[in-house]
Design a protein around this ligand. Structure first.
Ligand SMILES: *[C@@H]1O[C@H](CO)[C@@H](O)[C@H](O)[C@H]1NC(C)=O
Ligand SMILES: *[C@@H]1O[C@H](CO)[C@@H](O)[C@H](O)[C@H]1NC(C)=O
Ligand SMILES: *[C@@H]1O[C@H](CO)[C@@H](O)[C@H](O)[C@H]1NC(C)=O
Ligand SMILES: *[C@@H]1O[C@H](CO)[C@@H](O)[C@H](O)[C@H]1NC(C)=O
Length: 363
């Protein structure tokens, strides 16, 4: 059903389509850019791919994207930094995945003469969630230690301003953006976060209010088979870091349909330590040093529930009463903002708010 819809939409030249995974248990509907262009970023940015970490023999790289307009500037420029963490349920995606990345995010660094940095990270279920978070932590150390040198040797006129960092991510990338601020703010030094539908913490109460998949349904049985076969194939030593959509989409979908996604996150320790409760506990030591956080959520999001996002904001505020949060709730599905540019009024409004934090840093 989903694929018929997809092909039909593609055939008709429709720009976007709904990927709809049959009936419940979760109303799993998402908006995916199907007429995305892999050349869109290449037209506007120079790209470097730099290894920030090596796990056994696998290099984990980050993209460093410099707007061509900024690169051609004749005068010395201090460039703000935008870090993008890609989505894909921690199971799929690439840096950035043109299918998921919002149009306004592609435009933002160009508009602000900023450097866009987008790392890969280890994906589940080959890794567990703690290994993924460990990569994000390593990435932040790399950014502060090495980005200035990388830029200096390639673009002598540009200097990345590490006092001006915004971290942006869609879906699982939003989770990693918020986790960066809560767990790693000492090394990440983030001034602003933009979190698009980020609420995938395993310890949200909101998960309990969702309908439980019917284990006798054909869809759930088939999803379970996909998962069992995939896990059964693993030897335990695979390191997987790059999966542009639609690679592993079947597995991602199976996790959602069967309600078994958290099996991919690792053992009980990994589940607890990748949760919101743990991150909030860790974040207490940053006191008032948390960034301003702009949260976007689709009211009808069937993959990351509105209830989860609102629970996240409430629990964050309970621990950090003074944290600055802007919450934008709009009718729409998962990825509802993907096709909007910076000119969409509610996006322009959110960016304006975010810039007060992002660009406040000295120099
Ligand atoms: C498991 O491995 C077999 C044999 O290599 C392969 O045919 C199959 O597609 C794999 N299954 C999954 C779910 O990756
Ligand atoms: C790295 O390689 C060692 C030796 O082969 C293996 O035991 C370990 O599990 C590997 N680490 C990862 C993260 O795959
Ligand atoms: C859980 O997994 C981690 C690896 O992330 C490992 O270090 C730890 O020993 C495991 N704990 C248990 C209780 O199995
Ligand atoms: C967070 O801290 C509280 C108070 O110290 C503790 O009771 C709780 O178990 C901690 N939660 C996690 C997930 O570590």
């Amino acid at each position: 059903m989903a694929s018929t819809f997809f092909l039909l939409a593609a055939f008709l030249g429709v720009f976007t389509t709904l990927i709809s995974a049959q009936s419940s248990p979760f109303e799993m509907v998402t908006l995916i850019k199907i007429d995305y262009s892999r050349s869109e970023l290449a037209e506007q940015y120079h790209r470097l791919d730099i290894t920030y970490k090596t796990v056994n023999t696998t290099a984990i790289k980050t993209a460093v994207l410099v707007p061509k307009k900024l690169a051609s500037s004749k005068k010395k420029t201090d460039a703000p930094v935008a870090v993008h963490l890609h989505g894909g349920g921690l199971i799929i995606g690439t840096n950035p995945d043109p299918v998921f990345v919002a149009d306004w995010l592609v435009q933002l660094p160009v508009a602000e003469n900023a450097i866009l940095v987008s790392p890969l990270y280890r994906l589940l279920p080959e890794a567990d969630a703690l290994e993924t978070l460990d990569d994000i932590s390593s990435f932040w150390s790399w950014l502060h230690a090495s980005l200035p040198g990388v830029i200096a040797s390639n673009y002598p006129k540009i200097r990345p301003n590490l006092d001006q960092i915004v971290t942006v991510g869609e879906s699982a990338g939003g989770y990693l953006a918020v986790q960066s601020a809560l767990l790693f703010q000492d090394k990440a030094k983030i001034k602003a976060v933009i979190a698009q539908y980020p609420a995938i913490w395993p310890d949200l109460e909101a998960w309990k209010t969702l309908p439980v998949p019917d284990p006798t349904s054909e869809t759930v049985i088939k999803a379970g088979r996909v998962i069992d076969e995939y896990l059964g194939n693993l030897t335990g030593t695979e390191v997987r870091v790059d999966a542009p959509y639609p690679d592993r989409w079947e597995l991602t979908e199976a996790g959602l349909l069967s309600g078994r996604s958290f099996e991919f996150w690792g053992n009980e320790t990994a589940i607890v330590q990748s949760g919101l409760g743990h991150a909030l506990n860790v974040s207490k030591q940053w006191g008032d040093k948390l960034p301003g956080i702009w949260v976007l959520q689709g009211e009808n999001d069937g993959m990351v529930a509105k209830a989860g996002t609102e629970e996240f904001i409430a629990r964050l505020k309970a621990v950090h009463p003074k944290v600055e949060v802007k919450y934008t709730l709009k009718p729409g599905l998962h990825g509802f903002d993907a096709l909007y540019g910076l000119d969409k009024p509610f996006i322009a409004d959110g960016i304006k708010w975010t810039k007060k934090f992002w660009l406040q840093g000295k120099k």
